[in-house]
Every structure is written in structure tokens, then in C-alpha cells.
Design a protein. Structure first.
Length: 150
């Protein structure tokens, strides 16, 4: 008989499921979780769909559009699940936006966004694998090469 450890359901909050294995900590870093919310992180869990996955459950918190867009760069195949009164209210696959304003730090040290107080603007030029282009310095970067901030 196989044993399983069960994780408590959350009454209200957000679940980010089907995160590529090993990326949950980057997602947690983006969300800057502080306060009294309970957070459950499962890493390298078995998944019939993708082999191994990570999952994050955040009690009493819904994510902003900027947070969702930032997470879509790190974990584009993830599912966002909203829970209210222990019931799934909505479940959606993350969508990578066509443009990302003020969400990424340009890795180019000579970019005007790093030399002056200019907010960054990136265009997503390829969605699989994700490639973004800074609209100021015109350089292209893979999603793993940029720092996401909110």
C-alpha cells in the first residue's frame, strides 16, 4: 500500500500548480511573500502530465495582474487557481503577455534604464522558449537571463 502525505486545503487564496520542477523558489521570490498568509510549497512532486512539478498554495491572497505576468515568464505552463470557501472559483493557464512594462530589469549595464530612472519596457518576441527584447537598447534575452521584479 502506497502512503501519501496530504496537504491541508486552503479556505481562500491562490494555488499556482504545474510549475516546472525547480522553479517554485523563483516564483516565491517574485511574490515577496510576507505577513500572516500561510504558504505551502511542494517541489519535485510527481505529475502525470509533466513528470515532475512544483506547486505553491498561498492562503488569503489573490495575485495582481503584474504578479501573474511576472510569473508567466518564469513558469509559462503553470495554472492559476483561485479558491473561495474551499471551492475552486477559477482555473486558468497563465498567458504570456505581448509586452512587459516595468516588470523586468534589463541585463545590459549600458541600457538607459540602468543609467537613468527610466522604467523598462520589453516586448515578447518569442513565446517558446520565451525571448524578450528591451525597447530601449534593442537587445534580446531569454527569460532565464532577466531578473523579474514588481
Amino acid at each position: 500500500m502506497e502512503k501519501q502525505i496530504k496537504v491541508n486545503a486552503i479556505k481562500n487564496g491562490t494555488v499556482i500548480d504545474h510549475i516546472a520542477a525547480g522553479k517554485a523558489l523563483r516564483v516565491i521570490d517574485i511574490l515577496n511573500l510576507k505577513g500572516n498568509s500561510s504558504v505551502m510549497i511542494g517541489m519535485n512532486l510527481h505529475s502525470n502530465k509533466i513528470g515532475k512539478k512544483d506547486i505553491i498554495k498561498i492562503e488569503n491572497r489573490e495575485l495582481s495582474a503584474n504578479e501573474v505576468n511576472s510569473i508567466s515568464l518564469i513558469a509559462p505552463e503553470s495554472k492559476l487557481i483561485i479558491i473561495k470557501n474551499f471551492k475552486v472559483i477559477s482555473k486558468s493557464k497563465l498567458q504570456i503577455p505581448d509586452k512587459l512594462d516595468h516588470l523586468i530589469v534589463c541585463p545590459n549595464p549600458n541600457c538607459i534604464t540602468n543609467l537613468e530612472k527610466v522604467k523598462t519596457k520589453f516586448k515578447v518576441v518569442k513565446k517558446s522558449p520565451i525571448v524578450v527584447r528591451c525597447l530601449y537598447c534593442e537587445k534580446k534575452y531569454a527569460a532565464d537571463d532577466v531578473k523579474v521584479h514588481i
